[in-house]
Design a protein around this ligand. Structure first.
Ligand code: 0X9
Ligand code: ZN
Length: 441
């Protein structure tokens, strides 16, 4: 839930805005007139229906949502539905664009004062930034430079709908001895032997900026720390939805979907985490305006097609032991299935136990409280990459990790480093356990 700002804070923010707007593009403009409504009581069924009907964006992500983002176009209808259901509410943010500008401006001015030390340019980007979020261009600069590392291969698994590359990083774990650098080739190279593999997916939801930020840190650490999960091959897609991400930097900080121009609709985008062919359609919106719009058919989107093909290929040459999709927010580790019909999933207990090891380790690092639970207990959603990895690829362990915070997608940059650190410690334990497992299936 977004805390409400006092009017003096807004005044200070607007003043600072005038000072810095000349350097920043306005990525709040599409949120002009959007409001946040706080419901006075929980009503999961009504909220779920509003989401499926494409009328609201639920802003609570660790249980049934009582905070809803409502657009000027849908406000009238949402009010009618809530009135009919007898749900009362308060408007806690009058204009989300203004609200976010105020907060972001304060943040930027602090960052400017501190004279940031880290750089990332096309000629020098040797590590992912930890003092600020990276633009998509900066991510590409880093990945291009990472590609010269002897054990790393960076390649494109396909293009997004607007033609951006979807990059995969393959970190060869076998013994950590040096190999010849591999060029940024159009397809990635596979070894002839079946190896145990781990797959990490980041950035499928555009607004969850902490996901690619942490995923890039993980890539960096695994590459430079030979003790991590020796014997495992690690594949990471740090930015699965580059078009959506770019849109969050230019137009709409809270954009979630890809940038599909939906025919016969004024609304763009497909939710790439509802577009996979497992229980496709259940717990997803059939309406293009919905935040969870599933698309016209399973795998209708080039981004999910590219991910599917790459995962199938990795799975055919190795034993895919674990798939983890990294999201935010809620501080949760979810395991399949997210759809109502399919539980319990095979190896439920093993997934739970490994998950407990992960969250217990994570929680000790910075005293946070991540919890493990079945995805469907949170809310039903299917056509997700997690469920597809479990149900179709038969990955023994499949998870959705919801990173910090417990309140918002708009996480301050000073949380990048600690969030990365805690996840890394959790993954170290998990990789160790996976590498030690005797039977992979
Ligand atoms: O809704 C999603 O796609 C994921 N949450 S997020 O806030 N990052 O959008 C969670 C999907 C996990 N599956 C279920 N909850 N069933
Ligand atoms: Zn997400």
């Amino acid at each position: 839930m977004l805390p409400q700002m006092s009017s003096w804070q807004q005044y200070v923010g607007v003043f600072l805005l005038a000072v810095v707007t000349s350097v920043a593009s306005d990525n709040y403009k599409e949120l002009t007139g959007n409001q946040v409504w706080k419901l006075n009581q929980e009503d999961e069924a009504t909220v779920q229906q509003l989401v499926v009907d494409g009328l609201v964006d639920p802003l609570d992500h660790s249980g049934p949502s009582t905070s809803l983002r409502v657009t000027p176009e849908t406000a009238g209808l949402v009010k009618e539905v809530l009135d009919q259901a007898g749900i009362t509410y308060q408007v806690i943010v009058q204009d989300l664009a203004r609200y976010l500008r105020v907060n972001d401006v304060i943040q930027r001015s602090q960052v400017r004062k501190e004279l940031r030390a880290q750089t990332c340019t096309s000629s020098s980007c040797t590590a992912p930034l930890t003092d600020n979020y990276m633009t998509f261009d900066q991510m590409e600069y880093y990945l291009a430079q990472l590609n010269s590392h002897p054990r790393v291969s960076v390649s494109s698994i396909g293009k997004s709908i607007e033609g951006r590359d979807i990059w995969i990083v393959h970190i060869n774990r076998s013994g950590c001895e040096g190999q010849e650098p591999i060029g940024m080739t159009p397809r990635f190279a596979y070894s002839a032997m079946k190896r145990r593999t781990v797959w990490l997916e980041g950035g499928i939801h555009a607004r969850e900026w902490i996901s690619p930020a942490v995923t890039l840190q993980i890539i960096h650490n695994i590459t430079h720390d030979c003790s991590m999960g020796r014997g495992l091959e690690v594949y990471v897609v740090p930015m699965a939805n580059p078009d959506g991400y770019v849109h969050t930097w230019t137009n709409n900080r809270l954009w979630r979907k890809n940038r599909r121009n939906n025919p016969d609709s004024s609304c763009d985008g497909v939710d790439l985490n509802r577009n996979w062919d497992f229980d496709y359609g259940v717990g997803a919106s059939p309406h293009p305006c919905g935040e969870t719009y599933r698309g016209t058919s399973a795998f209708s989107e080039p981004e999910t097609q590219a991910l599917r093909e790459a995962m199938l290929q990795v799975n055919s040459t190795g034993t895919l032991q674990m798939v983890m999709a990294v999201h935010s927010y809620g501080q949760l580790l979810l395991y399949p299935y997210g759809g109502p019909a399919s539980n319990p999933a095979p190896y439920k207990e093993k997934m739970e136990n490994l998950g407990k090891l992960f969250v217990n380790t994570v929680n000790k690092v910075h005293d946070k409280t991540y919890k493990i639970m079945n995805a469907n207990e949170l809310y039903p959603a299917s056509g997700t990459s997690q469920d597809w990895a479990k149900g179709i690829l038969k990955a023994k362990y499949a998870y959705t990790l919801e990173l910090r915070s417990k309140k918002t997608f708009v996480l301050k940059p000073d949380e990048i480093l600690p969030t990365g650190q805690e996840v890394l410690e959790g993954l170290k334990m998990v990789f160790l356990a996976l590498a030690r497992e005797k039977n992979t299936q």
